[in-house]
Design a protein around this ligand. Structure first.
Ligand code: UD1
Length: 417
């Protein structure tokens, strides 16, 4: 059945450790293709998006060994530059390989990438920026061929913020000739982490983590060992689980310095939060207060990846409020599922209006995408009675073991195959 079964209604208690970050691991794995020698990546999350990326890298000729959370990549024998369409079709992050393959081989042919059905997610910014760096791109209906005689540093100002396009340009620029300046760069912590990884390997980058990144191209990058930091979105999901179900939990290694907007929103709902270098402690004793207006935004704003989880918390809060999605146009796909549980939500364009209810009731639910799927598991954990969340495979793209983590925190849930 490929589902998660939950008997809801328990308050949460206890502690769980936060896994390594998906959105940091994927571009870093792509970056290993630029490196002379063997790279060792530690704390890499065991999720299906990482498995897809590794398969894709293997099919391009990389030697990969994986022992649990440690992955060794030797890209010395990289030989292919045609990306297999079955892998590219399922995972949007395969676009991350475009810049690195152009740097390594000068030629790439690929299908347009897939991923969650949360919006159109075009790649025009990636392609425009790479064209400016000296890449000739011929677009077809289902994909494109990109070729370069050598990448050149240039000035790029993005018309709006894109995490993936910023990462792709950084990856293409580190071994390019001359300097690249990126303005209106995304400031997400995962970009800082990618630049940190590249700098340890010998790249010259200034301004990582700001909206202006300068990359001075170097001749080569050398092998390193690197540890993937904890996943701020997984930490935020479990923090929201506590908002939904109540209780007191500790999220070990949660990266609180990257979670300011999320912690502010949770505190606004009445949670007591203690941040430390070891993690985050959250206590929710009384019924949560409604957030009047929650709006997603690029970092350091409230992350779109936690919009669904906080929506579930809002459906159970006292009062009425609104939620605005500003990044993806199709990220309200859990609303009909939550309505089956008795949630009071009205949708108008990119806005949701929420009337908080005292309780939700268990239901048979279907995950349609990664973060929405995880949010349905939170809804099931807080609801009365039994819920089933089908399409577990979407959730496993980004959560190593959501069932085990929530069970550790006191939720009665199990996997059904
Ligand atoms: C990344 C994250 C994802 C997160 C998102 C926004 C990874 C692996 N994924 O996705 O979890 O939800 O950032 O924080 O890190 N856009 C264009 N043209 C482009 C590129 C983007 O129009 O060429 C649009 C997208 O459709 C979207 C917006 O820009 O509406 C932001 O997308 P972007 O920041 O690029 O998201 P991803 O990198 O795909």
């Amino acid at each position: 059945m490929n589902a998660i079964q939950i008997y809801g209604g328990n308050c949460l208690m206890g502690e769980t450790r936060i896994q390594g970050s998906k959105n940091a691991a994927l571009p870093i794995l792509a970056a290993t293709l630029l490196i002379d020698g063997i790279c060792e990546i530690e704390n890499c999350p065991m999720i299906s998006d990482v498995s897809h990326m590794l398969r894709l890298m293997e099919s391009l000729g990389c030697d990969i060994t994986r022992i649990e959370h440690t992955i060794k990549v030797d890209a010395g024998r990289l030989c292919m530059c045609d990306m297999p369409s079955d892998s590219v079709g399922v995972m949007r992050s395969s676009i991350m390989l475009l810049g690195v393959l152009l740097a390594r081989t000068g030629s790439v042919s690929m299908q347009y990438p897939g991923g969650c059905v949360i919006g159109q997610r075009p790649i025009d910014l990636h392609l425009q920026a790479l064209r400016k760096m000296g890449v000739v791109i011929e677009e077809r209906e289902d994909g494109f061929v990109a070729e370069t005689k050598g990448l050149n540093g240039t000035y790029i100002r993005f018309p709006f913020v894109s995490v993936g396009a910023t990462e792709n340009v950084v990856l293409a620029a580190v071994l390019a000739k001359g300097n690249t300046v990126i303005e209106n760069a995304a400031m997400e912590p995962e970009i800082y982490t990618l630049c940190d990884f590249l700098k340890e390997a010998g790249a010259e980058i200034e301004g990582a983590g700001t909206d202006r990144i300068i990359i001075h191209g170097v001749e080569r990058l050398h092998e390193i060992s690197y540890r993937i930091p904890a996943d701020r979105i997984v930490a935020g999901t479990y923090l929201a689980a506590c908002l939904c179900s109540g209780g007191e939990i500790f999220l070990k290694e949660a990266p609180c310095t990257q979670m300011t907007a999320v912690i502010e929103a949770a505190a606004g709902m009445g949670a007591e939060i203690h941040e430390s270098t070891e993690g985050i402690q959250i206590a929710c004793r009384n019924r949560r207060k409604m957030l009047q207006e929650l709006k997603t935004d690029s970092y350091p704003g409230f992350p779109t990846d936690l919009q669904s989880a906080f929506l579930v918390a809002m459906t159970l809060a006292e009062g009425s409020g609104s939620l605005e999605e500003t990044i993806f146009e199709n990220r309200f796909r859990i609303v009909p599922e939550l309505k089956k549980m008795g949630a009071g939500i009205t949708c108008k364009g990119n806005m949701l209006f929420v009337e908080g209810q005292k309780k939700l009731k268990g239901a048979a639910l279907t995950a349609k995408e990664l973060r929405g799927g995880a949010a349905l598991v939170l809804a099931g954990s807080a609801a009365e009675g039994m819920s089933i969340v089908k399409n577990r495979q979407y959730i496993e793209r980004g959560y190593e073991n959501i069932c085990q983590d929530l069970a550790t925190l006191g939720v009665e849930c199990k996997i059904i195959n």
